[in-house]
Write a protein that binds this ligand. Sequence first.
Ligand code: NAD
Length: 358
Amino acid sequence: MANLLVTGGAGFIGGNFVHYWNAHHPDDRVIVLDALTYAGNRATLKGATNAELVIGNIIDTALVERLLREHDIATIVHFAAESHVDRSISGPDAFIDTNILGTHSLLKAARSVWLKGSGMPHRFHHISTDEVFGSLGPEDPAFSETTPYAPNSPYSASKAASNHLLRAYHHTFGLQVTTSNCSNNYGPYQYPEKLIPLFVLNALHGRDLPIYGDGMNVRDWLHVEDHCRGIEACLLRGKLGETYNIGGGAELPNLAVIDAICAAIDRAFADVEGLAERFPDAAAAKGRRSEELKVVVPDRPGHDRRYAIEATKARLELGFRPQWGFEEGLRQTLRWYLDHKDWWRPLMQSRHESCALS
Ligand code: NAD
């Protein structure tokens, strides 16, 4: 590989992927195309030496065509999306625009440059979600690649539509595509509207920890570095036209995740000198337990009960296995947020309005 186009590379998973690719493929050059929405952050790309940020929208087909030609790009890794379910409930339009029309714009650009032009070998890898499969009951088998789609939120419906477009461009036009559906990611650089960074930062500031409903919605937690490893495996070994499920093998109810966050914070305040001075509003700085900040809030409308990923195909065909255990990954993530106040502090000011969403 030489040059890659990474869409949404200033976001959480895309940003981690750019750093991962730089570290493991130092001769490759990464062109990041990102519109820098509220979720995009230039600071995430600091230190990524072989990456160049182009600020632009994936819906701009002409821009994408120009980037593919100018940089002689034969690989697209497509992360750019509106990604927060709560926002898709309060305002679905942006999800249709970016996730469906934006993905289609990228496919059109890829088709026109790669199929109508040089006919070069190429790959378009699409990052999608387990949420396209809908919700599981407690005893249901985990989602496999052949589970029928049953998306329940405007977000998951828009991602399902984008997956179908990839499939159609492969079958109809011969575009060389792969798709991966992953479970809930966590790790460094995640915007503090998603559960783990939101609860970490709220606890460090002595704010409520708002729990939806009974807190028993189950998710399969995947460390973002394992996800990057899974995407790398899809790019290097994934069969064209195929779909792969990437999971972390860590199914947990939200309440267990929240209790683990509270325990990890309390332990850090006991073990690490100076934390109480740096975060004086934290419950743990006042000799109280972080779990005292938990409050129950009304449930999200249409809240999916359980997601679980069956990742056997990725293991057998790609050799993918998650390497992070959840407890260890959570400790590493907490340490990252404790050490990177400069990254998240500017977001805390602009986040007040979105905080109400959580
Ligand atoms: P994110 O919200 O953190 O980042 C999205 C990035 O895309 C941001 O940098 C944003 O500026 C950019 N972007 C948004 N609209 C754009 C547009 N029209 N043009 C160009 N750039 C645009 O998202 P994330 O959590 O990193 O998710 C990345 C991908 O992984 C998404 O496709 C998402 O559906 C999928 N996914 C995420 C998770 C998760 O747990 N975070 C789980 C499953 C799947």
